[in-house]
Design a protein. Structure first.
Length: 318
């Protein structure tokens, strides 16, 4: 278990990452390639393994074993090396190479770089746009939590792999470590493939990254591009009636109008709208004697990240 001690200055300096950390997604996803995975990853797992066809044979020594922070750091250093600019869109400055891989013979280094590039092209790159949709949805959720409850509510909402009990955040991983932040800045980083949690940058003077597994609904969005063609995961996430209501609220409507449109009672419509509102997917406000409802930016991101039409005519209210 990794234990992180927060002080008031660090609590006031918590930020939320604006984009995924590529090297972390590569490292965490590679841990899943040769294992039985959660059903949520089954489609990605099947397609990625088919694309790879053994091309990761030289990677296990680099991407498995040791502290996860060291593994991610190693991947980042390889990415920043010659020939890997395309993975990040440019070379990032870094310290002199210190990891074991840098002491390998040049031919071995090139073999590892080629294998990592092949892995990225097979398991990450084809789905990166959809992965970003899930990440952006999760980030919107975190921003909403922080705005409503402050930094402590944000830390308490990072999922079962991390536990907040002031002033301590515990990461339930296999590493035994203790870190006192002492005013350092903290960056919260949602991850698609992370399974428990990770701490990066413990030795950085002013910057610590806390990686955590994004929520199930955000993962579903990130992986929805691998669903069967023509399918829409939105009804499975929300229930058919709520999914239909959400898709129909691109223009504001009142409770009576929602009920009439979908053939349900006003009381049932009100209940579904309350659930969507509590999830941050719609906004509601009063106009005269009626409640008006419209989709929120978070709800719009969810709808835009899924495909297919929603039809509730064949099913009862969820």
């Amino acid at each position: 278990m990794t234990v992180v001690y927060f002080d008031d200055d660090s609590l006031a300096r918590i930020g939320i990452a604006r984009q995924p950390l590529l090297e972390a997604e590569i490292a965490f996803s590679h841990q899943l390639i040769d294992t039985r995975v959660d059903p949520q990853f089954a489609a990605w797992h099947f397609v990625a393994r088919g694309r790879l066809r053994g091309s990761t044979s030289v990677l296990p020594a680099i991407l498995q074993g040791g502290r996860v922070a060291d593994v991610i750091d190693t991947v980042g250093r390889i990415i920043r090396g010659v020939g890997f600019d395309t993975l990040r869109g440019g070379v990032l400055p870094g310290e002199a190479d210190r990891r074991p891989w840098s002491r390998l013979r040049a031919s071995r280094e090139q073999q590892i770089k080629a294998a990592l590039h092949s892995y990225h092209q097979a398991a990450i790159a084809p789905y990166w746009r959809q992965f970003l949709a899930g990440f952006n949805f999760e980030r919107s959720r975190l921003v909403r939590v922080a705005e409503q409850g402050g930094p402590e509510r944000l830390l308490a909402d990072l999922g079962p792999g991390l536990r907040w009990y002031r002033p301590v955040l515990s990461l339930l991983d296999s590493v035994a470590a203790t870190l006192h932040l002492r005013g350092r800045r903290v960056l919260i980083l949602p991850s698609l493939f992370c399974q428990s949690g990770a701490l990066l940058g413990e030795t950085d003077d002013d910057h610590v990254k806390i990686i955590y597994p994004m929520s199930s609904i955000s993962r579903s969005i990130a992986l929805s591009g691998l669903a069967a063609r023509g399918s829409c995961p939105l009804p499975e996430l929300l229930g058919r009636t709520r999914a239909a209501i959400l898709c129909g609220l691109t223009r504001a409507d009142n409770t009576t109008g929602v009920a009439a449109r979908w053939g349900i009672t006003p009381a049932t419509a009100s209940r579904h709208l309350a659930i969507l509102r509590a999830a941050g997917l719609i906004h509601s406000w009063r106009r005269a004697n009626e409640m008006q409802h419209a989709i929120s930016p978070m709800g719009h991101a969810l709808v835009m990240s899924t495909t297919g039409a929603v039809d509730i005519t064949s099913e009862k209210s969820a």
